[in-house]
Design a protein around this ligand. Structure first.
Ligand code: PRP
Length: 171
């Protein structure tokens, strides 16, 4: 049976979400950025984050699947839902639950840039560097984690555990 080892509790998660929301609100004080959540994992983080903003914002989602039901990442990335908002000339903030190898984000950044936004920045709940293969730069990272397979707060294993309010290492 897999074991869940607690890593980040509700309070720790909430504290960083508020800090990142404050930083973004300050950086985009006179703008109305478009937040694009990367499905499915980012849906909980994004919904908490945008409710803490003190600026006006638009929200959309991009559906991407890269892992299937296994813990080992595959080479392919599948677009399951495209954005619906016109981001040409807009400031975009891509919101990820976790950046692992960085491959998904690299593909997504290229895809979003093809729509001609003014800027594209990255916000991630978890910056996990153990298996990083790209030099993608994360502008707003809530938590840096060195290793482990993480679940909870949107993160899944074979579609399970997304609903847990805390984050765990799965062993
Ligand atoms: C996860 C996560 C990122 C990606 C990170 O998505 O949400 O999009 O993997 O991995 P990488 O940095 O190695 O590319 P996943 O494909 O598991 O889909 P999900 O968001 O639906 O859980």
């Amino acid at each position: 049976m897999p074991e869940l080892i607690p890593l980040l509790g509700k309070k720790e998660i909430e504290k960083r979400v508020i800090e990142i929301a404050d930083a973004i609100s300050s950086d985009y004080e006179n703008d109305e950025p478009v937040f694009i959540g990367v499905l499915k994992g980012a849906f909980i983080f994004l919904s908490d984050l945008i409710r803490r903003l003190s600026i006006s914002a638009k929200v959309d989602f991009l559906g991407v699947s890269s892992y299937g039901d296994a813990t080992a990442p595959s080479e392919r990335m599948r677009l399951t839902k495209d954005i619906g908002i016109d981001v040409k000339g807009r400031h975009v903030i891509l919101v990820e639950d976790i950046v692992d190898t960085g491959r998904t984000l690299n593909h997504i950044i290229d895809h979003i840039r093809s729509f001609g936004p003014e800027t594209v920045k990255i916000c991630a709940l978890i910056d996990k560097r153990e298996r990083r293969e790209t030099n993608v730069s994360i502008d707003y990272a809530c938590h840096v984690v060195d290793k482990g397979f993480l679940v909870g707060y949107g993160l899944d294993f074979a579609e399970k555990y997304r609903n847990l309010p805390e984050i765990y290492r799965l062993t």
